[in-house]
Write a protein that binds this ligand. Structure first.
Ligand code: PLP
Length: 391
């Protein structure tokens, strides 16, 4: 078993530690109040109020009305629900517009829709991972049912101009959805000030609530076709017994994230910048991938050129340091990340890319330790790398 105390966890875009406040709030709903929130008797039925309290907290976090929040099982479900709803409610429109750097949750759904005969246009990015907005404008037309572009990228941390894209979608009569799985809790926003966003998905486990719970915002007035069909839960918009403990946990985590967002962003960004700048100063042939001007405060994606990300991660693991090479969903494939490929990052740099992602629980001592061990790890791997020796 890994000594948990010694783990340096810098993979918070993959998942986060559940906030102790959320764990404590959830506990009684496993042990004492385990009824079904849809039951008639009070032991279950009174939990409906607890579900609504959780919904109100998540709505507050998003700047939405509670009636606009549907609980889901994860970010992936929110993304599928939004996009499939749009193609169902607009059967005469046969096209969707996404970007080349979406999470597989959206990219692979796009491929699935293509197999079913829909057209999918993918907005390209430049070498900094910035979207080509001129191309986006040209792609969005009268045949487009929905434009779905992520608010922030999970690999580079790049932040995308969702308000502008939403306006482009509306001017063609299309709906606009954003995958805000990485943005929520890191970018301040208030959805009632953003009427161009019709739907938005979030995932609890990215902001210190448990895995297995998420939410989909559907702006009031937007016609919604359910993805999970069955019982009457969530006012007929998402069937399945309400996950009371996790809804409680997500409510608490959302409240905490909202209350501390600005101070946490400032602290986390300072740590991230310190990590990045010291690594860049200590190690040769290193580059940052992404748009450093428009990036999440907790993320940096660094290429250690001429070596393999997987072997860097294995060496880091010996020191208990957790980070990632590409998104967790693509780990296991030897292909470099689709995001870095879309950006045209050269092969020798794309393979050695490591994403460091911090959270409110990251500490300066951890950053110091990473900066201390990384130069040794990189030169050890480079010493046996054929690409490094040939460069
Ligand atoms: N979208 C983005 C941008 C993500 O980073 C992730 C998870 O990494 C997802 C969607 C999928 O979220 P979940 O794991 O909750 O299904």
């Amino acid at each position: 078993m890994i000594d948990e105390e010694k783990v340096i966890y810098l993979d918070n875009n993959a998942t986060t530690r559940v906030a102790p406040e959320a764990v404590q709030a959830m506990r009684p709903y496993f042990t004492e109040y385990y009824g079904n929130a849809s039951s008639i008797y009070r032991f279950g039925g009174r939990l409906a109020k607890v579900v609504e309290e959780g919904r109100a907290k998540v709505a507050g976090f998003l700047g939405a009305d509670p009636s606009e929040v549907i609980f889901t099982s994860c970010g992936t479900e929110g993304d599928s629900s939004a996009i499939l709803s749009a193609v169902n409610v607009m059967p005469n429109r046969r096209k969707i517009v996404i970007s080349t750097v979406e999470h597989p949750a959206v990219l692979n759904l796009g491929k699935e829709l293509e197999r079913k005969g829909y057209r999918v246009s993918r907005i390209p990015v430049d070498s900094f991972g910035r979207l080509d907005l001129e191309r986006a404008k040209a792609m969005i037309d009268e045949d487009t049912a929905i434009v779905s572009v992520m608010w922030a990228n999970n690999e580079t941390g790049n932040i995308y101009p969702v308000a502008q894209l939403g306006e482009m979608a509306h001017s063609a009569g299309a709906l606009f959805h954003t995958d805000a799985v990485q943005a929520a809790g890191k970018i301040p926003f208030h959805l009632h000030d953003l009427p161009m966003i019709d739907m938005l998905s979030v995932s609890g486990h990215k902001f210190h609530s448990p895995k297995g719970i998420g939410a989909l915002y559907v702006r009031r007035g937007v016609h919604f076709h359910p993805f999970v069909v069955g019982g009457h839960q969530e006012r007929g918009r998402r069937a399945g017994t309400e996950n009371v403990p996790y809804i409680v946990g997500m409510g608490v985590a959302a409240e905490l994230a909202l209350a501390h967002l600005n101070e946490e962003n400032t602290r986390v960004k300072a740590l991230r910048d310190d990590l990045q700048n010291r690594l860049l100063a200590a190690i040769p042939d290193v580059r940052i991938n992404g748009d450093v001007e428009h990036r999440l405060p907790n993320t940096t994606n660094i290429s250690f050129e001429y070596i393999e990300g997987e072997s860097i991660l294995m060496h880091m693991d010996l020191y208990g340091i957790c980070a990632s090479s590409g998104s967790a969903c693509t780990t296991g494939s030897l292909e470099p990340s689709h995001v870095l490929r879309a950006m045209g990052v050269p092969y020798t740099a794309a393979h050695g890319a490591i994403r460091f992602s911090l959270s409110r629980y990251s500490k300066q001592e951890e950053i110091d330790k990473v900066v201390e061990v990384m130069p040794g790890i990189i030169s050890k791997i480079r010493a046996i790398s054929p690409y490094w020796n040939k460069k």
